[in-house]
Design a protein around this ligand. Structure first.
Ligand code: GRF
Length: 212
């Protein structure tokens, strides 16, 4: 069983959804810890209420980034974390941790990368930009995390048709539903199937069966 850390900064609907998928036997993983930079985030309260260990580390509270990295590494070691799953985590993952966990850190992004990604493109910023662009298709991207924001190898993408959406909020709602459908399924494939990463492309050996 793969022991994971979920990193989250906010509402935590993806965290809760992953927790439920694990409980339902749909995601073969064990939740070692929730890491947040924000002690007041709803996800922190949710994780505590579910009796999942929580560690709050705020990089801005540290004078020296190297001490923050050391503390974060210690948390991952303490909880014997094998994979890191980002679910609405607003801080950059330090490079030492990216290389220690190369292709074992996964992020979910609420648009079809490489469009509508990069620094500052998170949450409603993404959906507003998509809305204003006039695009009729957006989607969800699940990707490995590398040293650059939203640039790691793409593991899976699901398009979402937004032709009828009349606001960024309507887009956000549609996209979030798809996130909840696919994140546990894609993580489960990563934890249980064979695949290879060649440059920026990810190839699974088995045929895709993300949808029921
Ligand atoms: C999601 O839209 C995810 O794609 C993005 O941040 C949002 C987190 O939502 N990375 P929640 O906190 O899981 O509800």
């Amino acid at each position: 069983m793969t022991t994971i850390a979920v990193f989250a900064s906010g509402r935590g609907s993806n965290f809760k959804n992953l927790y439920q998928a694990i409980q339902a036997g749909k995601l073969s993983a064990s939740l070692g810890v929730v890491v947040s930079n924000n002690p007041g985030a709803p996800v922190v309260a949710t994780a505590r209420s579910l009796h999942i260990p929580v560690e709050v580390l705020s990089p801005s509270k540290y004078e020296q980034p190297s001490i923050y990295e050391r503390d974060l590494q210690a948390v991952l070691a303490k909880h014997q974390i094998e994979w890191i799953v980002l679910a609405g985590y607003m801080k950059k993952i330090p490079e030492s941790i990216v290389s220690q966990y190369r292709n074992r850190i996964v992020n979910i992004h609420p648009a079809l990368l490489p469009a509508f990604g990069g620094k500052g493109m998170y949450g409603m910023h993404v959906h507003r930009a998509v809305f204003q662009s006039g695009a009729q298709v957006t989607g969800v991207t699940i990707h490995f995390v590398n040293e650059e924001y939203d640039e790691g190898p793409i593991i899976y993408q699901e398009p979402v048709i937004i032709r009828e959406c009349r606001s960024p909020e309507a887009i956000a709602e549609k996209v979030l539903q798809v996130e909840h459908q696919i994140y546990p399924a894609v993580l489960n494939r990563l934890f249980t199937e064979s695949y290879e990463v060649i440059d920026k492309r990810v190839y699974f050996k088995e045929k895709e069966q993300i949808h029921d």
